[in-house]
Design a protein. Structure first.
Length: 745
């Protein structure tokens, strides 16, 4: 297996890596590709970002991976994960002690216990967003300390209210496991071994299931009376040690292996972080990820209440008390100890051979789990039942590392924490709560046996939904590769003397299933006036909306002054220096002219003196607006409203001004006045992109013209050269002639 080394020591390998990226783009650019089939013997599989799959490469074992890249990240995060699970086991085993100590009813105890799980779910997304902005190793350490403190409080509280508070705090402390641990491990270890790494990390769950009852039970037996409190204090002390060790972890560069280098010192750019809403919109546009999310929701519907129903089944059908049921659940953990390593190793091998195959592994393992569980509950004798349930657990846990491997691969490196943090949202909120109610009702109406047997239905459906991602995974991997390759090329362009202010690459945009923009590429040098021309529905306004952050694209990248702004919001872009004057009426008709301008200056609200100074400058530039300072904007003429809209755009002194349909519905004399103002603003250094259907207006302003048709760029060049293309100019003229400001030049 050829791994991409640190570019400072192995530049040749680094170049090979980006050659693979380019090949991946060519082989996987279609988003409606058929279901991938196994590669023929003489057919090279599509390369995966950061993973070279050349013939003759050897396999990398977990031991070799840890030897080369270090054991600390995996060991520390594994320890934190184990002690988190030990707390959950302690809460389960010591539930009778808590109930008796605080005089709680069973329902009250269950409600307090569930507070921790709910808070883990609620806090996961805020922690994920923070992890995209800050040092993840530090977040893992801090949340580990938080968990330790509140877990220890569980062992010293004296009443039910304190117990509830302790469980809330412990739940918040555990919220970093999914979004922070998984994201950090994906960047700490190479793609070729990620399945094994994720399997090793997730082994914490079955290890805790097997050893936790023994540890907690041993503590209680050794310390009778109030010794149960030590069952919470000991895991908390162990967690504190692991958290202290986490403070010494180094933060790996995000996506360092996909980018073709393994150094920890990644270049940083001071740019606003992508918002949670923008991240989720982007993630849900990744079709493979969307298939897995929906599959996880269905899987959560099946799994959320399974443990409780199984516990009832063991009590009623096999007569097992608390101790017997605890022993059975400990034995079931053996299935995870077997299935997790198998899933990691097999997942890595399948992914290396064909990236779609781990999806088939998941899709096949889930129905087997359902069938094995259905068979188990109808077998005679408790130990035959347990043996079949162990097999079921082994199959379902093989999917865990494969899921994480695929999540890390198809997700942009900068959004991995949010992607991993969303897993619980889909499994529990979109599936689990409803599933627990439905299958609990089935158990009440019929039997626990039938309810557990029917769990195989949603698990099989989940498998089929997840397999559906095999149709798109090559294209999604290719998109990641293309974005990373463009990132590298953009970095090279930034080092050149002449730089573009705006760079658009491979941009696609969809409204639902309808694609509007197709592979748009555009460079806008600083100081230019660009005219975007084309017929109605060509995608001009949509392109401007993507540039100004109003609607994020489906694919591709947008860079402003070298900064990736593809998924930043409109307000963030306004602060960076991108403003838009939208087409039509762009004012608040119920506010006065002055009030409209104050609203337009909201990004400067922390400097009131500057706001008033900028408004005075707008009034100096637009004397008519000064005369109508206290007049409602809705009573202004069309030309005056355009002036007000233009004045609002100028308030923030933008470096890039995007104007949509400047001459729409205006008389030529009004258009001429506004054009003079636009030229004045351009002369002061503002770069301008103007969407215009009037060829006359466009050519009177622009130095460069771009003609779009059906979402594609058909012409880019000097504006006057467009007249030499009668097939294009005629289209513009026929539309532009209908406008008040339009006409043949």
């Amino acid at each position: 297996m050829t791994l991409l080394d640190d570019e400072s020591t192995s530049p040749a390998r680094d170049e090979d890596g980006f050659a693979s990226f380019a090949a991946a783009v060519e082989q996987g650019s279609s988003r409606t590709a058929p279901v991938p089939r196994p590669a023929a013997a003489d057919e090279a599989p599509a390369p995966v970002p950061g993973l070279s799959a050349q013939a003759g490469d050897g396999e990398v074992t977990l031991r070799e991976t840890l030897s080369r890249w270090g054991t600390a990240p995996l060991a520390v995060l594994f320890a934190l994960n184990v002690v988190d699970e030990l707390d959950r086991i302690a809460l389960t085993v010591l539930a009778p002690n808590l109930r008796d100590a605080f005089g709680l009813s069973t329902s009250a105890l269950v409600g307090i216990a569930n507070l921790g799980s709910v808070m883990t779910l609620v806090a996961a997304m805020p922690v994920a967003v923070l992890a995209e902005r800050r040092n993840r190793a530090r977040i893992a350490a801090v949340t580990g300390v938080v968990w330790s403190v509140f877990a220890a409080l569980t062992g010293v509280v004296t009443n039910a209210a304190q117990l509830a508070l302790a469980r809330v705090g412990a739940g918040i402390g555990k919220a970093s496991v999914e979004p922070v641990h998984s994201s950090l491990l994906a960047d700490a270890y190479p793609v070729a071994a990620r399945g094994r790494v994720f399997a090793a990390h997730q082994l914490a769950n079955p290890v805790a299931v097997v050893l936790g009852p023994l540890l907690v039970g041993g503590i209680v037996l050794a310390l009778p009376g109030d010794g149960w409190r030590a069952g919470f204090l000991v895991p908390a002390a162990l967690s504190l040690l692991a958290a202290v060790a986490a403070f010494r972890l180094r933060e790996p560069a995000r996506g360092r292996f996909e980018r073709g280098h393994a150094d920890d010192a990644a270049p940083t750019v001071d740019v606003p972080a992508v918002t949670l809403a923008a991240s989720m919109r982007r993630l849900l546009q990744i079709q493979t990820l969307r298939s897995m999310y929906f599959g996880l929701g269905i899987l959560g519907f099946a799994l959320f209440g399974a443990g409780s129903i199984l516990s009832l089944f063991l009590e009623q059908h096999h007569g097992l008390g608390e101790g017997g049921r605890a022993l059975v659940f400990a034995v079931l953990g053996v299935g995870g100890l077997v299935g997790m390593p198998i899933g990691g190793t097999v997942g890595d091998r399948l992914f290396r051979h064909d990236p779609s195959w781990p999806l088939f592994l998941i899709g096949a393992a889930l129905p087997v789990y359902g069938v094995a569980q259905a068979v188990a509950v109808y077998l005679p004798g408790v130990w035959l039942t347990v043996a079949a349930l162990v097999v079921a657990q082994a199959f379902v846990t093989t999917t865990t590392p494969a899921f994480r491997l695929l999540f890390a691969s198809v997700t942009p490196p900068a959004m991995r924490s949010v992607a991993f943090g969303s897993i619980g949202i889909f499994m529990v909120v979109f599936g689990g709560f409803g599933g627990g109610i439905v299958f609990g009702a089935i158990a009440d109406a019929t039997s626990e046996q039938l309810s557990l047997a029917l769990l195989g239905v949603p698990t099989s459906i989940a498998g089929l939904v997840i397999i559906g991602g095999a149709r798109t995974i090559r294209a999604d991997l290719a998109a990641v590769a293309a974005d990373l390759r463009e990132e590298r090329l953009a970095a090279e362009r930034r080092r050149q003397p002449q730089r573009n202010l705006l760079e658009i690459r491979n941009l696609d945009f969809h409204y639902g299933p309808v694609q509007i923009l197709f592979d748009v590429e555009l460079d806008v040098p600083e100081g230019e006036i660009f005219a975007l021309l084309g017929t109605n529905g060509a995608g001009k306004s949509t392109l401007l909306r993507a540039v100004t952050g109003l609607t994020p694209p489906t694919r591709g990248s947008i860079r402003f002054d070298g900064i990736d702004t593809t998924y930043l919001g409109a307000e963030q872009l306004l602060e960076l220096g991108i403003a838009q004057m939208p087409g039509g009426k762009a004012t608040f008709p119920g506010l006065t002219v002055h009030e409209n301008l104050r609203v337009g200056a909201h990004t400067l609200r922390h400097d009131p003196a500057r706001v008033e100074r900028r408004i005075d400058e707008v009034f100096d530039r637009f004397p008519r607006l000064r005369e109508r300072r206290d007049q409602l904007a809705g009573t202004l003429s069309g030309g005056e409203q355009q002036m007000l809209a233009l004045g609002k755009a100028f308030l923030t002194e933008p470096r890039l001004l995007c104007i949509d349909e400047l001459s729409l519905g205006l008389q030529p004399s009004i258009v001429a006045d506004i054009l003079d103002i636009v030229r004045e603003v351009h002369a002061r250094g503002t770069t301008i992109i103007i969407v215009e259907q009037s060829l006359n207006v466009a050519l009177s302003l622009a130095t460069t013209a771009v003609f779009m048709e059906k979402g594609q760029v058909r012409f880019t060049g000097p504006a006057r050269e467009l007249l030499e293309r009668p097939d294009l100019a005629r289209s513009v003229f026929l539309d532009g002639a209908q406008l008040g400001g339009g006409g043949a030049p």
